[in-house]
Write a protein that binds this ligand. Structure first.
Ligand SMILES: [Zn+2]
Length: 342
């Protein structure tokens, strides 16, 4: 009887189990060579999900300062022109993505907070000293060397497309996302540059790796007469007695080490004003009087508030993602999708 059962079990294995196993292996082999349709559909769906469908703020009315014309553009198409104007294309992909998110946020902030007041019907302009820089695709391509033209443009569009829809918020609202070129190792608190109240997300933070960039240090040398003439344009009664030890004196520095107030002869001015009158790259400067010249040694480039672009690139080189970079430069913020705004 036991023997009979053994034979029966043996036949069951031969007839049913083995063919089933073989068929399964065949199916697996077929799947590897020709993925079934449902897997392909899955991939298509993933790619479709990457193209963000803006229900809010999908376009921007851009004022061209040279032609004085206003053009309405899809927001991400507008951002190709902004990112490629604001950040070198040879920067790391995560830095370019951070720039795309920062610039998208800046754009939304302008739309929501009536940036339009400055430009009539338009919501933003293409002048970097007023809003943020923008360049047309043709002008951008013409300025790049031919051998990098296509790859640079692909990189910029990828940075914008892969962050499509993403913006930075604080307490649920888009932030005023200032950015600059090089902080010189520490960013600046917003009120030290433009006065007014401090913003909790624009605090001074330290950052590393910026000294590797050409924007880190610069020098401006002016003759005593040139210096006096520049200041006289604004302060007609200025008089600087260079024989005195304190003819020029830094009176106060900000917490980040930048010049807050400086005295030239009988006039005291803010560091930010000295920067603009004397054409310095930042307010982080020292000076020395060298014979007939006054030499200003400057660290960093730009106002120093918010994200440093070279700092972002340096962080990306060390493996930080675009969101790491954003959360480093803007304190306590979230990265969310535009349509999630209330
Ligand atoms: Zn503007």
């Amino acid at each position: 009887m036991k023997k009979y059962l053994m034979y029966l079990l043996f036949f069951i294995i031969i007839i049913f189990v083995l063919p089933a196993l073989c068929t399964k292996k065949q199916i697996e082999a077929t799947v590897k060579e020709n993925p079934p349709e449902n897997i392909e559909i899955g991939q298509e769906e993933q790619q479709e999900a990457k193209t963000y469908d803006y229900s809010k703020y999908g376009t921007i009315k851009l004022y061209h300062s040279k032609t004085k014309e206003t053009e309405e553009l899809p927001i991400d198409e507008y951002l190709y022109g902004v990112v490629s104007a604001e950040m070198p294309a040879n920067y790391e992909m995560e830095a370019l993505k951070a720039q795309a998110i920062v610039s998208r946020t800046y754009t939304l902030y302008q739309i929501i907070n009536n940036g339009s007041n400055k430009h009539g019907d338009a919501q933003i302009c293409d002048d970097s000293t007023c809003c943020q820089a923008w360049i047309s695709k043709q002008d951008r391509l013409d300025k790049w060397e031919e051998d990098v033209r296509e790859s640079n443009w692909d990189k910029i569009t990828k940075a914008v497309n892969e962050t499509s829809g993403k913006i930075i918020t604080y307490n649920g609202n888009p932030i005023d996302s200032f950015f600059h070129s090089n902080s010189g190792g520490v960013t600046e608190t917003v009120s030290n540059v433009w006065g007014g109240a401090d913003l909790p997300y624009l605090k001074s933070v330290e950052t590393s790796g910026e000294s590797d960039y050409s924007q880190y240090s610069s020098e401006v040398s002016l003759s005593k007469q040139e210096l006096t003439n520049k200041l006289k344009e604004k302060y007609k009664d200025i008089s600087i007695d260079f024989d005195k030890d304190d003819s020029i004196k830094i009176l106060e520095n900000t917490e980040s080490g930048r010049v807050k107030t400086i005295k030239f002869g009988n006039v005291e001015i803010a560091g930010t004003e000295a920067r603009s009158i004397l054409g310095l790259k930042s307010t982080n400067f020292t000076f020395k009087i060298d014979g007939d010249n006054v030499v200003f040694s400057v660290i960093g480039y730009g106002h120093g508030v918010g994200m440093s672009q070279t700092g972002a690139d340096s962080m990306a080189k060390s493996g930080s993602t675009c969101e790491d970079i954003i959360k480093h430069f803007y304190t306590g913020v979230d990265v969310v999708f535009v349509n999630d705004l209330k």
